[in-house]
Design a protein around this ligand. Structure first.
Ligand SMILES: [Cu+2]
Length: 331
């Protein structure tokens, strides 16, 4: 009997070690791709934002060990009872029914476990909630079935990001169903606020490497944030079943240096934050028409906040030369 118990203990230890090596070993050894899923990977995508780093810590070092220990303890108890107390091994069962110390333990231990989880969980929730002062805001609108992005701080009207067709994705060396016709471009090491809304049904804007997922609900404006610590391309997708093409509205985010970002904003006829409006307004106006357009930059210079916003909205349908099937719903 003694040797059987020792064998079981060795077996339990073997299972525990095997499980931990299988998961932690794999996650440590695998060269996971950054910003997109990796074939055969079992853990979460590598993080590139403080939120994701902390979410990974919470999962890998708080939740996962607790889950593993609970699962192994329950499995061990089941095996112990099956082997030790079956009819053959234990023909005359004991008649006692209560054990007060044991009942106190199995009430207090789960409470303690939940308190530990709650402390770390709330810490993470507060972190998601307490956005630092954002450098800029992007409004992401979910449509059936594509995304629209608007950069109010750069005075850029909404542009549309569709799925990149398979042949074009292959030609560009990008993952099909994750690549988009237009990327969302943001600067590195800057806090970006994302406002999400839905134009038709509920969508959800999610990029795993950022640890960010936010519902895009018609008639509501939800907010989340990220601050990416490395330059790169990061992919995500819609995460709320929104209709037949739900799986075909990917999110492609390019995180670039500040200089590259400002250059991209200018290429989109936007106004980089901190740059003087006339300098940015002059290039598009000058080649087009001299006298006629001269009034526009002038009026844009004087009353900074009010007039440009009013100009952007009526202008919105015109510059977005991409197919904009639905009239953008602006709340
Ligand atoms: Cu969707």
């Amino acid at each position: 009997m003694q040797s059987r118990f020792q064998g079981m203990r060795a077996l339990a230890a073997g299972i525990a070690t095997g499980a931990l090596t299988a998961f932690w070993g794999a996650s440590a050894l695998a060269d996971d791709l950054i910003g997109q899923p990796t074939n055969g990977s079992v853990m979460m995508q590598p993080g590139v934002t403080p939120l994701k780093h902390d979410a990974i810590f919470f999962h890998n070092y708080i939740l996962f060990p607790i889950i593993t220990v609970i699962t192994l303890v329950v499995l061990g108890l089941l095996l112990w009872i099956i082997i030790r107390y079956n009819k053959r091994a234990n023909p005359v069962p004991a008649k006692w029914s209560h054990n007060t110390p044991l009942e106190v333990i199995w009430t207090l231990v789960p409470v303690l476990i939940l308190v530990i989880i709650a402390v770390f969980s709330f810490k993470l929730l507060f972190e998601y909630h307490d956005m630092p002062k954002p450098y800029m805001t992007v409004k992401a609108t979910g449509y059936q079935w594509y995304w629209g992005y608007e950069y109010p701080d750069q005075k850029m009207p909404e542009f549309i990001a569709n799925i990149l067709p398979e042949d074009k994705a292959k030609a560009a060396g990008k993952p099909y169903k994750l690549a988009a016709t237009e990327p969302l471009v943001v600067p590195v090491n800057q806090t970006v606020q994302i406002l999400t809304t839905g134009a038709d049904v509920i969508h959800a804007w999610a990029v795993p490497a950022f640890g960010v997922i936010m519902d895009a609900v018609p008639g509501r404006l939800n907010s989340t944030w990220f601050k990416v610590d490395r330059i790169g391309t990061y992919y995500g997708s819609c995460r709320e079943l929104c209709g037949v093409d739900h799986a075909f509205m990917p999110i492609e985010v390019h995180v670039v240096s500040q200089a590259d970002f400002d250059a991209w904003v200018l290429s989109k006829k936007g106004v980089p934050i901190g740059s003087a409006p006339p300098a940015a307004a002059a290039p598009p106006a000058a080649p087009a028409a001299g006298a006629g357009a001269a009034a526009t930059p002038a009026s844009a210079t004087a009353p900074a906040p009010a007039v440009p916003t009013a100009q952007v909205n009526p202008a919105a349908p015109a510059p977005s030369t991409k197919p904009a099937p639905l009239a953008p719903v602006k709340n």
